[in-house]
Design a protein around this ligand. Sequence first.
Ligand SMILES: [Cu+2]
Length: 133
Amino acid sequence: MTDEDHAEEFEFGEPAEASEADRVIELVAMDDFTYTPATIEVAVGEVVTFRATNEGVIAHDFTLGDSHVQDEHEAEMAEMAGEMMHDEPNAFGLEPGETKEVTWRFTEPRELQIGCHVPGHHAAGMKAEITLT
Ligand SMILES: [Cu+2]
């Protein structure tokens, strides 16, 4: 991946400023391969800040996207063999105890997910389903 790829366009919305957020959703990542809440409803057009905290003792991460984006990150993380995910507009790594935020403007009515792609976690069911209404 080159630096130019970081200016990537997303098909499911776009990053926004935290000051533009309509609301904040607190998301907790746990070592039993769950996020809480596990289901999230968002209205098309809404700007949401996700504040994600890793309450476990192992690393987790956060990737917001459709199933295509989830598959890509799963493959990337498998190649990186345990290295931490780089921060991206829609994704970041979460060390134990760490809290990070991303603010997103949802523009498309499609099924999305927040997934953890530390090897093995997504396969174990570590995801939260986002329903756009
Ligand atoms: Cu995880």
